[in-house]
Design a protein around this ligand. Structure first.
Ligand code: F6R
Length: 264
């Protein structure tokens, strides 16, 4: 894992956008996996700026979102689909056929929907670069603690902690969904590169467990230790509990000198 510690959220957002933009410039038909949390908002704002001011071109990019709530009607303002349109898709040159978000209603056959999503990823040639956030409980996607490290796209029950964490995005009186469809940990690990973002003190414990703790289904993000090409981009607050910060800084310097193509 390459751990990259930034001073603050602004720098984190700029770095994340720069990494994605470089990947798109290298491979204009990049298959990119996206996350919908608050953490990525700054990164999406910066990508929009790059599209407007630096002609970053999304015309051949294909996106696969990690997850979507179950039970919200199509077009619901709090759905991840709506959030993604507002945060990014409506502001860059990407069309509906390039965008993939898992989804369904209570009447649908979820096994079919999830298998179809996996098939769409396969047919597209797999995901080149997967962006993930991390929950306070160490989840990636909505793979809550005890999710199988080999799991595939499926419906998942959210922990009460995650439901509470999501509440601020919903108007008062509206209960956040308790279930979601999410790519599995096995699905995420098949991406060629993974970029995990974390910002703020509330994520410090989960980040330390994910990066320096044992690989365990109790902390889904720890499964990223098994992947050969992961960059963990964290701001100073989220990095607070990491034991080996000096080593990560030195290691990044060494990588810049010896294997710059490992960087973005
Ligand atoms: C969202 C997702 C989640 C979030 C995580 C952190 O698509 O997959 O794993 O990345 O819950 O959310 P924020 O960034 O809102 O703290």
């Amino acid at each position: 894992m390459l751990v990259f510690i930034t001073d603050d959220y602004t720098e984190l957002s700029r770095e994340a956008a720069r990494m994605i933009a470089n990947a798109i410039r290298k491979k204009p038909d990049l298959r990119v996996g996206l996350a919908t949390g608050d953490t990525q908002r700054g990164m999406y704002r910066e990508l929009i700026r790059m599209h407007r001011e630096e002609r970053l071109d999304f015309s051949r990019v294909v996106t696969f979102n990690l997850d979507e709530y179950i039970g919200l009607p199509a077009g619901h303002p709090q759905s991840f689909r709506s959030a993604m349109h507002k945060a990014l898709f409506d502001h860059v040159n990407i069309t509906a056929s390039q965008i993939h978000i898992p989804g369904g209603t209570a009447r649908d056959n979820f096994v079919e929907i999830c298998d179809r999503y996996e098939e769409e990823i396969r047919r597209a040639g797999g995901i080149d670069l997967q962006v993930v956030g991390i929950g306070k409980d160490g989840h990636i996607g909505f793979n809550e603690p005890t999710s199988s490290l080999a799991s595939r796209t499926r419906p998942k029950t959210l922990t009460q902690q995650t439901v509470e964490d999501n509440r601020h995005n919903f108007p008062p009186g509206q209960e956040p969904p308790a279930t979601a469809i999410t790519m599995g940990i096995g699905t995420i690990l098949e991406a060629r590169r993974i970029l995990m973002l974390a910002s703020g003190a509330a994520k410090a414990k989960a980040v330390a467990l994910a990066v320096e703790g044992p690989v365990t289904a109790s902390v889904s993000a720890s499964a990223l230790q098994m992947h050969r090409d992961v960059t963990v981009l964290v701001d100073r607050e989220a990095a607070e509990n990491l034991q080996h910060k000096d080593y990560y800084r030195k290691s990044l310097e060494m990588t810049r000198k010896l294997t710059p193509n490992r960087l973005w």
